[in-house]
Ligand binder design. Structure first.
Ligand SMILES: Cc1cc2nc3c(=O)[nH]c(=O)nc-3n(C[C@H](O)[C@H](O)[C@H](O)COP(=O)(O)OP(=O)(O)OC[C@H]3O[C@@H](n4cnc5c(N)ncnc54)[C@H](O)[C@@H]3O)c2cc1C
Length: 358
């Protein structure tokens, strides 16, 4: 394939829109097809671009720290390209002594700079944090956990819905066409990019999709608390400020691809948010849910399917926003016949074999 290729992108989430824009910028004639019109997981996401804490919290991800940091660095160009402003105020870890010591050790191993902060700085950086009253409900371990923290400036964030709008606007301005259609087969276009999130219904078209599994994620959005400044990472969950209200998340429900309300998972989330925001009205939230597509090694499948002309861009698990510009660059290189770069081998869909259905 080459510059000027006709490309269909299936899926208008973070990955599909980022790919469509990069392909259009590379001179391709691009059509995005999505029956829903808007990324399902992408619009629910907290929007953290968080290589430092993702690697500190998930040992499997630490193996790919270079890739995650490279993806974050690519956001600077995409930010300018689509006229979005990322928040770079960072993330603050709050937790018990043992948990904080583990995070500290993991950040040291990663070579991530951090600052130890006390109660005064925590209040300035995260004014909504309110320790539970130790004489009422909270175990002392929780209230003492909010007296010190670790501040990391390496993690950034965006707001997912405005970011999707900005990507779509940039795509339209670059001549990308949009259709509200479900893609079910390879068309006459030169290339078909499958950025469909969790949709194993397409495994006949691309057998590699067989390895995908779903992880349902639920978040709370507290409309009356905007939150300020930094994201919070804690053993009870994360809290992310947004213009639509403070986001507290998220559940990781392995194997679940339904969007049903789940009372048990929700009770855990509410209890978790109460550990950080004791004075928060625990009923004043809106619930949102999304399905993450995941692969066995936690990295997405990005590159050619064994079906000729089909390129995969899916399986980004809990880092689809972080990885979006890197995924778009690799997909565009494959479509236009350029070098897909140093991370292509780790993202190659063939690394799991070819799936079971072909
Ligand atoms: C609760 C939660 C919190 C998260 N927080 C973060 C975070 O802070 N940072 C981060 O980086 N990531 C986060 N993620 C993960 C991130 O949301 C995903 O990795 C990312 O959105 C995946 O984007 P996508 O474009 O692959 O999928 P999606 O956003 O799901 O988009 C796929 C699109 O494909 C369309 N589609 C499906 N089948 C077809 C078809 N056959 N034809 C055409 N279109 C089709 C769908 O309608 C959908 O719009 C979070 C996820 C969840 C659920």
């Amino acid at each position: 394939m080459s510059r000027g290729a006709q490309v269909i992108v299936a899926g208008a989430g973070a990955l599909g829109l980022s790919c469509a824009l990069a392909l259009a910028d590379a001179g391709c004639a691009v059509t995005v097809c999505d029956p829903g019109g808007f990324g399902r997981a992408s619009s629910v996401a907290a929007g953290m671009l968080a290589p430092a804490f993702e690697c500190a919290l998930e040992p499997d991800m630490a193996l790919h720290a270079d890739l995650l940091f490279a993806a974050r660095d690519q956001w600077a160009a995409l930010e300018a390209r689509i006229g979005l402003t990322l928040d770079r105020s960072g993330a603050l870890a709050l937790g018990g002594d043992v948990w904080l010591a583990d995070i500290h050790a993991a950040l040291v191993r990663l070579g991530v700079p951090m600052t130890e902060v006390g109660r005064g700085t925590i209040e300035a950086l995260a004014p909504d944090v309110s320790p539970p009253d130790p004489y009422e409900t909270a175990p002392p371990a929780i209230s003492s956990a909010l007296q010190r923290g670790l501040l990391v400036r390496e993690d950034w964030r965006l707001e997912s819905k405005p970011a999707l709008t900005a990507l779509r606007t940039a795509c339209e301005a670059s001549g990308v066409a949009f259709q509200t259609e479900r893609v079910s087969e390879r068309s006459a276009a030169d290339a078909l990019v499958l950025a469909v999130g969790y949709d194993r219904g397409l495994a006949e078209l691309a057998p590699e999709l067989d390895v995908l599994f779903p992880i349902k994620g639920q978040i709370l959005r507290y409309g009356d608390v905007k939150g300020g400044g930094v994201c919070l990472r804690s053993p009870w969950g994360y809290a992310v400020p947004s213009s639509e209200g403070l986001i507290f998340g998220a559940t990781m429900e392995l194997g679940r691809s339904d969007l049903e309300f789940d009372a048990v998972a929700f009770a855990d989330l509410i209890a978790g948010s109460g550990s950080l925001f004791a004075h928060q009205d625990s009923h004043a939230y809106k619930a949102e849910r999304g399905i993450r597509a995941a692969t066995p090694d936690g990295l997405p499948m990005v590159g050619p399917s064994r079906t000729p002309g089909v390129i995969l861009a899916t399986g980004a698990r809990r880092n689809g926003w972080l990885l979006a510009p890197l995924v778009a660059q690799v997909v565009t290189a494959w479509v236009t016949g350029r070098d897909p770069g140093p991370y292509a081998a780790r993202l190659d869909p063939a690394r799991f074999g070819s799936g079971t259905s072909a």
